[in-house]
Write a protein that binds this ligand. Structure first.
Ligand code: NG1
Ligand code: ZN
Length: 550
């Protein structure tokens, strides 16, 4: 009775505006921030139910619209392992969020709880950790989420404050592992493992380029980096677009999405920065790209995207595994570790070719971190990235314990440290430095910096790993984008019939031509992607395929 009363009450406090229709999409619910309260309140109910279902394990809610404009906002749910909410709950998320009135909402919840075997009532507990970014609607939406959570009897909400998205995911994961989960624990883990990585840099490589300029997209990432940068010895970080008063607007002409899509210098940079290594975060700091201003004469940048960050990580991890397992033929202890790479169809073809040339296994999934992350967990070390800079590295529990025992054994054999032991320690430090819950621009940036120092590489060396194939992305507005259905990790169209044949015919006219189309999961458009051996050809292929889509 109490449960029914609370649900009816909260639903009538947050009526759904007529004409509103929400869909959980690629990354949770997103819309104009001022219209989001009903959806966020219902996400609170959902997160609390998810926690009850999982025997009271902590679940997370992040209030952010990532790289989208300042006036937008959104909400997404993190599962107890710190990853995205299990996909089979998405249909319920959609139904709950679109329930037209309090009574419909109550009936939906009761029915879902019966179907899923979710017990309701005072003897059951739930806990939900909440975080939000710097958007002006954040505090108001946080309150809506709290009211939603509190509508479930036995649920407890813990506001973790203004955070990057990956910080909140990390906290949820840590909390459920029973390890320390506060913001200072997060910072301590990053700073400590970065220091260990630098201690393991070979002596002849010490003294690389320490200077790094970071574009914080005027979001939360820059704020957090300012807090810890003094403790990152070995790096000289200068934050631009840090979100301070007067520096600019969130994600406006700056940030990872802007730099990766437009390939031009973000706001806040000048000719004095020519040649310096720069990085760009997005508004909630779960995406990272690098760039460099090649000259003062125009505003184009040399871009290092997610694919090239992935390639650097893969190269480094592969190298450490080889050292552990070969060690000049003297290894008496070895690791059995399956290393796998996960990409989407948007990965530049040159990156895939490079990774395969290293002998690595490369798997493809549809767009969206939820697919990539899940696939990466199939390996002992899984590395995944989207071209736009979202990605991470995941390690299996089994591999971590193999590494730990190997490290102990080797320490007793060669106390001063063999090459093999150093490689084991680098892999262990990497597993601590990288955020295994979700892509994290801050932790990814520190891993990039540590690897560049280890290899003694300049930005130029990194760029030259391979040359990107010229590519073009176009958006096409259509009446109903859902008529396009894809298969084979979105590389082929299965419906409407005939469209794939047209795409194949166009593509056959180009050397190294590759092209695919898919409906966006976050915008009302169909995306066209084309690659070819020259920019002119990539543009022309994309354009002609776009005509067939219109
Ligand atoms: P959609 O709109 O489904 O293409 C975009 C990005 C994804 C992912 C999501 C979530 C591209 C081509 N697509 O998805 O990679 O980041 O947003 O934010 O960049
Ligand atoms: Zn983001």
């Amino acid at each position: 009775q109490e449960q029914r009363r609370r649900l009816l009450a909260v639903a009538s406090r947050f009526p759904l505006p007529s004409g509103c229709r929400f869909s959980y999409g690629t990354a949770g619910f997103r819309a104009d921030g001022a219209t989001m309260a009903p959806a966020v309140c219902r996400a609170g109910i959902l997160a609390a139910l998810r926690s009850v279902k999982l025997a009271g394990a902590a679940v997370g809610i992040v209030i952010t619209a990532s790289h989208n404009p300042f006036g937008d906002n959104g909400v997404k749910i993190a599962d107890p392992d710190g990853g995205m909410m299990a996909q089979h709950w998405e249909p319920f998320a959609d139904a709950l969020t679109n329930a037209p009135d309090p009574d419909a909402l109550l009936q939906l919840v009761l029915q879902f709880c019966r179907d899923e075997g979710i017990p309701l009532g005072s003897q059951h507990t739930a806990q939900v950790l909440l975080g939000r970014d710097t958007r002006p609607t954040g505090a108001y939406l946080l309150d809506a989420a709290l009211q939603g959570i509190n509508a479930i009897v036995g649920a407890c909400a813990i506001d973790m404050g203004i955070l990057t998205t990956p910080q909140l995911h990390w906290m949820v994961r840590s909390k459920n592992k029973g390890v320390k989960a506060s913001e200072s624990d997060y910072f301590m883990q990053l700073i400590g493992s970065f220091r260990r990585m630098l201690e393991l840099v070979p002596k002849d490589k010490i003294g690389g380029e320490e200077k790094l300029i970071v574009d914080g997209a005027n979001g939360i990432g820059g704020v957090k980096l300012e807090q810890i940068k003094a403790e990152l010895s070995g790096l000289d970080i200068n934050v631009r677009n840090s979100g301070k008063e007067g520096e600019g607007i969130l994600n406006h002409m700056c940030g990872a999405d802007f730099v990766q899509k437009e390939r031009v210098t973000p706001h806040g940079f000048s000719s004095e920065d020519v040649g310096v290594r720069c990085a760009s975060l997005d508004g909630d700091a779960d995406r990272l790209v690098y760039f460099r201003l090649p000259s003062a004469s125009d505003n184009r940048v040399d871009l290092v995207d997610g694919d090239k960050i992935l390639s650097l990580f893969a190269l480094f991890i592969r190298e450490q595994l080889d050292i552990v397992n070969n060690n000049g033929g003297q290894a008496n202890k070895s690791l059995s570790a399956r290393l796998g790479i996960v990409q989407t169809a948007y990965a530049n073809g040159a990156s895939t070719q490079f990774l395969k040339s290293l002998g690595l296994e490369v798997a493809f999934t549809p767009t969206g971190v939820k697919y990539l992350h899940k696939r990466a967990l199939d390996y002992d070390i899984g590395i995944y990235f989207e071209a736009n800079g979202h990605g991470t590295v995941v390690f299996s529990e089994d591999l971590i314990s193999q590494l730990e025992s190997l490290s102990n054994e080797l320490a007793s054999q060669a106390p001063t440290g063999s090459a093999q032991r150093h490689a084991v320690m680098r892999l262990l430090a990497t597993s601590q430095l990288i955020n295994q819950a979700v892509g994290d621009a801050l932790s990814g940036l520190l891993l990039v910096e540590a690897i560049l120092q280890y290899k003694g590489w300049s930005f130029q060396n990194w760029c030259e790993l391979y040359s990107d194939l010229p590519s073009r992305q176009l958006k096409v507005k259509v009446k109903d984008r859902s008529v396009i259905v894809t298969t084979d990790a979105e590389t082929k169209v299965s419906q409407p019939s005939g469209l794939q044949e047209l795409i194949d015919k166009e593509t056959a006219n180009y050397t190294h031509g590759r092209c695919f189309v898919r409906p966006s999961g976050t915008e009302d458009v169909v995306r066209v992607y084309a690659e070819a051996s020259t920019q002119v050809e990539a543009d022309s292929l994309a354009k002609s395929v776009a005509h067939h889509v219109e």
